[in-house]
Design a protein around this ligand. Structure first.
Ligand code: FAD
Ligand code: PHB
Length: 401
């Protein structure tokens, strides 16, 4: 079979890319190992930068987001038994973030791609990419019915996440990577209880970090720092609630509890691989970089990458290689800023197992500085809401929606 772009992975990056390409009249084949139901239920991120919301709106994908998304103009930082509000709107001249779950974005994208008649295959196995440095790289896979397929492409997009096959298909020596694995993990729950807070609470606590987030006025999302080798079986719901209450509670405030709908443990790492291109294979999203979730950046980075990539591929397929040549550098600029911010938030808020007594004092000094200095708070606010997109990012959607 012949297609213009072969896309591996139907997470937010791969799905949005196939839609943005379709808006430009470019056809693609998108293959995904998991089932549609699994992709739509996988609990992950929840916070969108204004730039991501604007991108989804321009792409005609925001009907449900505009109804169900909840705009947030700040966060609380909690430390040393105090809860301090960081007012993003006031600090950044009106910028905010929107709470809208990744599961909902994935549902919106899948529904739209299928309604538009996209070639989108779930449940594939044995995905392979090769001839990457030729003008016609190939994508091979076995479809859910057992039949083997080969797509001859003009370019391939590796949107297959950190554990995918695309990055490892690049010859050893062509990539440089940087990695830091953190000595803690997040235990996350989705709970059938209204949030106990109007804004997200990021809590520094001697027993470890805790985060109170939400999904709607009826559903809460909460996280606890745990050891990376912790097993979810050791955490019955009562133990989770008791630990969350201990780390989040303040005099005069209490945590509402309810049935736990979903729970899981996620390890934390920073990882960047560069360049994000080899020949006609382009990596995007978690396939090229991972951040710890404390800065709420992973999903936003994935969406920003494919906005740039859709324009780069449009150019490449029509004889103009300039945006494809600058794709990796354009994305990595944003990626490294977010990698630094996510590391900074993570190390400021988590307790390192075995750390000396100095660590907590340094963290508290930094938290007090943010709570008392407009300059320090503004730095957090502008990073959290999203550093202004550069001209290349703007161009990425100019000719599209
Ligand atoms: P993914 O969403 O990982 O999508 C990649 C897709 O490729 C998957 O559907 C996968 O099944 C598919 N795939 C893999 N291999 C193949 C193959 N060989 N062939 C075909 N398909 C393949 N970020 C936050 O900001 N906050 C959070 O709370 C948060 N929680 C997270 C929890 C977990 C467990 C993980 C892994 C990530 C989390 N993130 C979070 C990060 C955020 O969800 C990711 O940055 C985002 O999903 C990246 O999107 P993506 O499309 O690049 O990759
Ligand atoms: C979430 O709602 O899942 C969430 C929010 C903020 C983060 C990470 C995850 O920093």
């Amino acid at each position: 079979m012949r297609t213009q772009v072969g896309i591996v992975g139907a997470g937010p990056a791969g799905l949005l890319l196939s839609h943005l390409l379709a808006l430009r009249g470019i056809d693609s084949v998108l293959v995904e190992t998991r089932s549609r139901a699994y992709c739509e239920a996988r609990q992950r991120a929840g916070v969108l930068e204004d730039g991501s919301v604007a991108l989804l709106r321009r792409a005609g994908l925001a009907d449900r987001l505009d109804i169900k998304g909840i705009e947030h103009g700040g966060i609380y930082l909690q430390f040393a038994s105090e809860r301090r509000h960081i007012d993003f709107r006031e600090l950044t001249g009106g910028r905010s973030v929107t709470v809208y779950a990744q599961t909902e974005i994935v549902k919106d994208l899948i529904a739209r791609r299928l309604a538009d008649g996209a070639a989108l295959e779930f449940g594939v196995t044995d995905t392979e990419v090769f001839d990457l440095d030729s003008e016609h790289p190939r994508l091979r896979y076995t479809a859910a019915d057992g039949s083997r397929h080969e797509a001859i492409c003009d370019a391939i997009a590796g949107c297959d996440g950190f554990h995918g096959i695309c990055r490892p298909a690049i010859p050893a020596g062509a990539l440089t990577s940087w990695e830091r694995v953190y000595p803690y993990a997040w235990l996350g729950i989705l709970a059938d209880v209204p949030p106990s807070t109007d804004e997200l609470i990021y809590a520094h606590h001697p027993d470890g970090f805790a985060l109170h987030s939400l999904r709607s006025q009826a559903i809460s999302r909460l996280y606890l720092q745990v050891s990376p080798d912790e097993e979810i079986g050791n955490w019955p719901d009562d133990r989770i609630w008791a630990e969350l209450a201990g780390r989040l509670e303040l005099p005069g405030w209490s945590l509402k509890q309810g049935p736990v709908l979903d729970k899981g443990i996620t390890g934390m790492r920073s990882f960047v691989s560069a360049p994000m291109r080899y020949g006609r294979l382009f990596l995007a999203g978690d396939a090229a970089h991972i951040v710890p979730p404390t800065g709420a950046k992973g999903l936003n980075l994935a969406l920003a990458d494919v906005a740039v990539l859709s324009a780069a591929l449009d150019g490449l397929l029509h004889g103009d290689e300039s945006l494809a040549a600058s794709y990796s550098a354009t994305c990595l600029n944003r990626v490294w800023r977010c990698t630094h911010f996510s590391w900074w938030m993570t190390t400021m808020l988590h307790r390192t197992p075995g750390a000396d007594k100095m660590e907590a004092q340094l963290q508290l000094a930094q938290l007090r500085y943010i709570a008392s200095s407009r300059a320090a708070a503004t730095s957090l606010a502008e990073n959290y809401t999203g550093i202004a997109a550069g001209p290349a990012w703007h161009d990425a959607t100019k000719r599209g929606p």
